[in-house]
Structure formats: C-alpha cells, structure tokens
Design a protein. Structure first.
Length: 327
C-alpha cells in the first residue's frame, strides 16, 4: 500500500522542475512580447540602432510613413494602371467601331516622301519596344494581385512576377536612352503653333460624322496631338527615369527611406500617364490613321498622307526644294 502511494509522489517531484521551467517560459514569452512592442513603438518614434551599413541613412530602421502611403500604391495606382491600359484599349476599340478609321480621301498616291532618317527610326524603336515591355511587366508587378492572381492563381502570378522583375529592370536602360535621344533630337519639331488650337477644335479631322466630317486642320511636321504626346512623354518619361534610377540603383544613389517610398509612388503615377498616352499613340499610328505606320517602318510616308495630315510641313519642304521621294 505504501509503495502504491509513494510512486505518484515521486513522479510529481520529478515533474516539478519541468513545471517551473514552463511557467518561467510563459513569463519570458509574455515579457518578450511586451519588450517587442516597446521596441517597435520606439522605432516608430525614430529610435536609432547600430549597423555595419555605411549608408547615410542607416540609423533609420523603418519609414513611419510606409503604413500610410503603401495603400496608395495598392488601392489607387494598381487599379489606375490597369484602367489606363485596358480602359484606353476598350475606349478606342469602341470609338473605331462607331467612327471607323481615318482614310486617305484621295487614296494612296504611290509616291513615298522622305520623313524620318534611319537614325530617327532606330531611336523610335529603341524607346518604343522597351516602353511596351515596361508597361506589361510594370502592370504585372504593380497590379498582378488585382488582375492576374484572382484568375490564374497564386502560383501562376508568382511565376509571371519572377519573370517580369528582371525584364523590367533590364528594359529600363534602353528606355531611358531612347527617351533622352528622342527628347533632345525631336524637340525642335514639337514647338506649339497657333494652328494647333484649330486642330484640337476639330479633333484632328479624325471624326467621320457630324460637323467634323471631312475636316483637315493645318499641321506642321508634328500635329497638335503628336506634340501633346511628345511633351507628356518628355516630362513623365523623365519622371519615370529619375525615380527608376533611385529604385534600380540604391547603392549608388543612397536614398533615404522617405525618398525611396516617394519614388515608388511617383514612378507608378507617372507610369499611368505614360501608359494612357502610349495606347492613344499606338492606336493613332497603327489603326486610326491609314498609311501612318509606314513612317516608322521605312521612314517614308505616302505623299497624299503628308498632304492630308501634315500639309504645312509638306508645303514647306516643297517650297524649299527639300521634298525627296523614295527611289
């Protein structure tokens, strides 16, 4: 009997150290949780730490603005970029379905007039191809969780994002080079003129019904719409390039955490504008304007296209003896 009573007591005595340790662990965990909360609050209030980093801003552990500004990226910029791409495509598709394209009233002449040099054509595609890839990869990275993951699944989105990231990074360099060359080389032909207002008043003559039908407003080497696109590209392309350099090369720029976050937001906002303008530009050049795409393929345009869409420029080169035909 005595041995039966003694056995449970011995087991209990053996377990006492473990129970004590468990109690201490619970207290340590609770204390650790409290300490972590205190440390986090201190960091939010600007407490500095120590690190081996030699960056000017290494002492700032976090950016207290992150929690307030990051939702702007996911809640506004992401759907905004998706809308700029798919919304503009849908709008132009509907417009062409109702209005039709802008045809050459006198048809193709068969005579090709020199308009762009081979260097200009090369510069155009140097900027255009990376721009398209940057829009698509940027859309994947910024809005993928909104427009890809719900339909294709998390794994498919993760794979697409993993591909999009290096493509986006590598295409940034030729885009910035193309942007710089286009901005410097083409600016002289993009100066606003008085007749540009009349061009906007009749929507460039691209409307095929009502009082706008058959209108052919004056236009120089670049019409008013092309000038608007150029200056938007020059301005916001510069914003995208500058913010992109900060995001792509932080080891050289050494931005503060506030500047990094601001660059991320500005980069996305500028991308929305560039994306919307790019869709307009692509539709106008490839679908809307009959004969327009040839300009950036061969550098030549049909003579009737030049007369109809850029009459001031055509008259000037003809009067100056600069009119050259493709042999």
């Amino acid at each position: 009997m005595f041995s039966k009573m003694l056995k449970p007591l011995l087991v209990l005595l053996a377990l006492l150290p473990s129970l004590a340790l468990a109690s201490d662990a619970g207290m340590v965990a609770a204390q650790a949780g409290n300490e972590a909360e205190v440390v986090w609050q201190a960091i939010q209030q600007g407490a500095e730490g120590r690190t081996v980093s030699e960056s000017e801003f290494h002492a700032q552990l976090i950016n207290p603005q992150d929690e307030r500004l990051l939702p702007l990226r996911s809640d506004i910029l992401a759907p905004g970029l998706a809308l700029a791409l798919f919304g503009m495509i849908a709008a132009f598709a509907a417009f062409i379905a109702v209005n039709g394209i802008s045809k050459l009233h006198d048809g193709f002449s068969g005579k090709m007039v020199y308009r762009w040099s081979k260097a200009d054509v090369a510069i155009h595609w140097l900027g255009a191809i990376p721009c398209l890839l940057l829009i698509l990869t940027g859309l994947t990275l910024l809005a993928g969780r909104l427009i890809i993951e719900p339909y294709l699944g998390q794994q498919a989105f993760a794979t697409m994002a993993a591909i999009a990231k290096p493509v986006h990074d590598y295409m940034a360099i030729p885009f910035m080079l193309g942007w710089l060359l286009m901005t410097v080389k083409w600016a002289k032909n993009q100066i606003p003129a008085k007749y540009d207002i009349a061009w906007f008043m009749v929507v460039g003559g691209y409307i095929n019904f009502g009082p706008f039908k058959g209108k052919h407003p004056d236009a120089g080497f670049a019409n008013a719409g092309e000038k608007l696109w150029f200056w938007a590209f020059a301005l916001f392309g510069g914003v995208i390039s500058a913010s992109g350099v900060i995001l792509l090369f932080p080891e050289y720029v050494e931005p503060s955490r506030s500047l990094s976050l601001l660059s991320l937001i500005i980069h996305g906002a500028a991308a929305i504008i560039i994306c919307a303008f790019s869709i307009v530009h692509i539709f106008m050049a490839t679908v809307m304007s009959e004969g327009g795409m040839e300009c950036m393929v061969s550098g030549y345009c049909d003579e009737n296209w030049a007369k109809q869409h850029h009459n001031v420029w055509y008259d000037e080169i003809k009067a100056n003896g600069e009119l050259k035909y493709k042999e």
